[in-house]
Design a protein. Structure first.
Length: 378
């Protein structure tokens, strides 16, 4: 069973991340600050932030992974963890390490230097590049998602560490998602709250946040039939109203933004964004006009190359800005980078991602290890 519309949503989320990182090159947009005025404030603190809400898009990725990875269990297949992990290595790690290696080679060829007119975010890219950081990336361990190490090669790949770790915890995700229909969403909110109450500086508490996203996606996957039927029965104006409200609510953290917020506001921010992401998935499954739009060629293409788009856009951005800084102004360089990102994503999809996916699809194991028994979906 495939949901092409969900792949398109993933592609649109990847596009949001691309826009996000191109805008972060402007010093007025990173670090976030109030009182800049003009279009910077409009982009940052209004619903327009939706179009470059990179953090919110990553939350959507985690939720969608929970949905897709547990779907076979809910439709009656056993979860063969050894087979599953090997496939995830091919699907996630192999394209990831190719991209990281290309970025490392680019750094060792060009080196790091300050670029006038760019933000602290861009200046941090490659600043901590080196063998220790590369080893941490290869192993998907250590501090590759913290401090300057997360910028060492590709600023986006920190999320893939958690993607792989949560894939290893998929039996736990399934266990939590198979609880009472009401209990699981409440548990997700509690996990988010615990993350912010106990702090965000260590592996255990950080894991709670991303686990909540995976679990809610798995819960939505388990009940996807019921959810789709419910949305289908809504009268004509309701889905459009819900979609508009959802898109307005997803960037909630930017309304009344402050540099430091308490655990309650942070939990509310994550909860609203996460449940808004779940509502987008529900609408894509149950509202025919939305699903039809998502299945058009351009959104479907974005979905097909979304992983390569995610992996390579900051490498293209870094190379274009560093190589062209003395020839063009920053806005023109960003336009060149943005334009080049899409053919590069298509190329790397064909050269790396698609062969890795095909290899993952060919993997068959003769020995079946202990597995999780399937649970019927609604």
């Amino acid at each position: 069973m495939r949901f092409n519309a969900l792949g398109s949503l993933r592609g649109l989320a990847a596009l949001v991340v691309v826009i996000h990182h191109h805008l972060l090159v402007f010093p007025d947009l990173f670090p976030t600050k109030t009182g800049v005025g003009g279009w910077f404030d409009w982009l940052s603190f209004t619903p327009l932030h939706l179009f470059w809400a990179g953090g919110e898009a990553v939350s959507f990725f985690f939720l969608l992974s929970g949905f897709v990875l547990t779907l076979p269990v809910w439709r009656g297949e056993e979860l063969d963890m050894l087979n599953f992990v090997v496939r995830r290595v091919w699907r996630v790690w192999v394209p990831f390490i190719v991209a990281v290696t290309l970025a490392a080679l680019a750094f060792w060829r060009l080196g790091w230097a300050s670029v006038n007119g760019t933000s602290g975010w861009f200046e941090n890219i490659w600043k901590e590049a080196g063998v220790p950081a590369y080893v941490q990336h290869v192993l998907m361990l250590g501090r590759m998602d913290e401090g300057l190490t997360q910028w060492a090669f590709l600023p986006v790949v920190w999320s893939l560490k958690w993607e792989m770790w949560l894939s290893l915890l998929l039996p736990v995700v399934v266990l939590l998602a198979r609880q009472h229909r009401i209990f699981t969403p409440l548990l997700c909110v509690l996990l988010l709250a615990a993350h912010y109450v106990f702090g965000t500086g260590d592996i255990a508490t950080n894991l709670l946040r991303y686990l909540a996203m995976f679990v809610l996606g798995a819960w939505l996957s388990r009940h996807h039939g019921l959810v789709a039927r419910t949305v289908t029965r809504w009268p004509t104006p309701v889905p459009a109203i819900v979609l508009a409200a959802t898109l307005l609510l997803i960037p909630v953290q930017w309304y009344g933004w402050q540099p430091d917020v308490g655990w309650l506001r942070a939990t509310v921010n994550d909860t609203v964004t996460l449940f808004g992401s779940a509502m987008l998935v529900a609408l894509a499954m149950g509202w025919a006009p939305f699903r039809t739009w998502l299945e058009r060629p351009v959104p479907e293409w974005l979905g097909r190359v979304s992983y390569s788009l995610y992996l390579y856009h900051t490498l293209v951005l870094t190379l274009v800005v560093r190589l062209g800084a003395e020839r063009l102004s920053i806005p023109w360089l960003l336009l060149v980078s943005f334009t080049l990102t899409f053919p590069v994503a298509e190329l790397m999809y064909r050269l790396v991602e698609r062969p890795a996916m095909q290899q993952a699809g060919r993997i068959k194991r003769a020995i079946r290890p202990a597995s999780i028994q399937p649970v019927p979906a609604d």
